[in-house]
Design a protein around this ligand. Structure first.
Ligand code: 7PJ
Length: 284
């Protein structure tokens, strides 16, 4: 049974589900890229106000990301990523009482963010970058390992699996073993199947429907489906019209064993999470 996970100085109680609010400080993410930019300058105050709103609306974690990983996105360099992420982590840590997660694959960013008060590392490349495993092992923080087939630039070019859920389960078993060998205790790990990262619609639907198969790994499960194109492919909705679809997906993930949902729309998600959690616990 999974109960709690320590995120730096804060404890996350996983006996109930939590919301991770997305704070993109990229200039080109697919649904909210450039939101906090004016004349190509990142407006930290504006982004901080958004973080504060998400916290007030019920987010337990704010996920700060400085690299766009939408399909086809160009890579960012380490310096650019640091310039986007670090001031944000520092500002949130000074002003808000919330767990800060950093969406990065770059070891230098992991280290600097941890020093600035981050409480979790969220790596869409599951610590595969050179040096990432070593740096992550030295940090006393939880790490979310996410599955991605290939790299953002090409991941949606005809991804193939024999059985997507089983293959992702096998991927995690191997990655968990690599982490343990590298000095990261299992109790520090979370897993995320990586919806939309090298997956067709069919793969995404099967992964969600069979998410409980991944729950057998007995690690906290995080999912991110908010505003993603899997909703568009079913409902034919543009990116800012995918809320109801996303809420349905969030509830289904919780019922199948997810612990954390990563979303853009915190307030409506809080209502459905609260309601679903009451049913699952048969209690308020
Ligand atoms: C995910 C992520 C996800 C985790 C992104 C977007 C695309 N991290 N970072 N899981 N997606 N752990 O914001 O929708 O699904 S970037």
């Amino acid at each position: 049974m999974i109960h709690t996970i320590r995120c730096g100085s804060r404890i996350l109680d996983l006996s109930r589900p939590h919301i991770m609010g997305v704070l993109n400080v990229t200039s080109d993410s697919f649904s909210d890229g450039g939101n906090f930019y004016q004349q190509q300058q990142l407006n930290i105050d504006h982004a901080l106000r958004h973080a504060e709103t998400m916290l007030r609306e019920g987010a337990s974690i704010i996920d700060v990301g400085g690299e766009s990983t939408r399909p086809g996105a160009a890579p960012v360099n380490c310096q650019q990523e640091l310039e986007r992420v670090l001031p944000m982590v520092t500002a949130i840590n000074q002003r808000l009482d919330v767990i800060i997660s950093v969406d990065t694959s770059t070891p230098e960013v992991m280290q600097a963010a941890a020093d600035a008060g981050a409480g979790m590392i969220n790596d869409v490349r599951s610590l595969a970058r050179v040096g990432a495993l070593h740096v992550a092992a030295e940090l006393d923080l939880p790490i979310c390992l996410m599955h991605m087939l290939g790299e953002p630039k090409t991941m949606q070019d005809n991804p193939q699996y024999d059985d997507v859920t089983t293959e992702i389960g096998d991927f995690f078993r191997k990655r968990i073993a690599v982490c343990e060998t590298g000095g990261i205790e299992r109790s520090r790990l979370l897993i995320d199947p990586g919806f939309g990262f090298g997956k067709t619609l069919q793969h995404n639907l099967q992964l969600l429907n069979r998410l409980s198969q991944l729950a057998q790994l007995d690690l906290p499960i995080l999912v991110g489906m908010s505003r993603k194109s899997m909703i568009d492919k079913v409902l034919k909705k543009s990116v800012h019209d995918r809320l109801y679809g996303g809420l349905a997906l969030a509830v289904m993930a919780l019922e199948r064993g997810a612990h954390i949902v990563r979303v853009h729309d915190v307030s409506p998600t809080r209502e459905v999470v609260h309601m679903a959690a009451a049913v699952l616990a048969e209690n308020v």
